[in-house]
Design a protein around this ligand. Structure first.
Ligand SMILES: [Zn+2]
Ligand SMILES: [Zn+2]
Ligand SMILES: [Zn+2]
Length: 49
């Protein structure tokens, strides 16, 4: 299975099934779990508008 969305609320990144951050797209989202962010601060283009 691939094309899963990042598990962090507010993040719209796609996550690789075997990504190094598990169900998160980046270390940022992994650290931010439990926090509510209006805008995701991960370093991926999808979230840096
Ligand atoms: Zn994001
Ligand atoms: Zn994310
Ligand atoms: Zn991301």
């Amino acid at each position: 299975m691939n094309g899963a969305k990042c598990a962090h609320e507010g993040c719209d990144c796609q996550v690789q099934a075997n990504g190094q951050y598990g169900k998160y797209c980046s270390e940022h989202c992994k650290d931010a779990k439990g926090m509510t962010e209006l805008r995701c601060g991960c370093p991926h283009p999808a979230c840096r508008v």
